[in-house]
Design a protein around this ligand. Structure first.
Ligand SMILES: [Zn+2]
Length: 133
């Protein structure tokens, strides 16, 4: 319970796994660069570039040149991870993070993702709705 969210935890795991450890343990072949830290896997948001638990991020895949929110994490192929937040979506778009993360030539349509993100209820922002009590 002493952990502070803001504190940069020195993760030795962030260093590239040395080739010295020639596959003795950890037979898992990670498809992404994300390294599982402790219990939950951590991914980097393609928008704000901060690390977050995979469960806190929206997985996004590309289908026919269009970005789709993979809500159930079942779609095949590469996935990009994004905070379900418009700010992060805008950031990701601006720096063309999706084509890069998904290894496809851009540009990619993001209307579906945008619509999805806009519809997510945000419990932290009750104040946005004035005059209801
Ligand atoms: Zn983000």
């Amino acid at each position: 319970m002493e952990r502070r969210a803001e504190e940069p935890v020195s993760l030795s795991a962030s260093q590239p796994a040395g080739t010295a450890l020639a596959g003795t343990s950890g037979g898992r072949t990670a498809t992404g660069e994300g390294t599982a830290v402790g219990k939950s896997a951590v991914r980097t948001c393609v928008g704000c570039r901060s690390r977050a638990a995979r469960s806190d991020l929206l997985r996004i895949v590309v289908v026919d040149g269009e970005l789709l929110p993979d809500v159930r994490r079942r779609l095949p192929g590469r996935g990009a991870h994004l905070h379900p937040d418009l700010a992060c979506l805008d950031l990701a778009e601006r720096r063309r993070a999706f084509p890069r993360a998904l290894r496809v030539p851009g540009p990619l349509g993001c209307e579906r993702v945008r619509a999805y993100v806009q519809e997510i209820p945000r419990p932290e922002r009750d104040e946005d709705e004035p005059g209801r009590c």
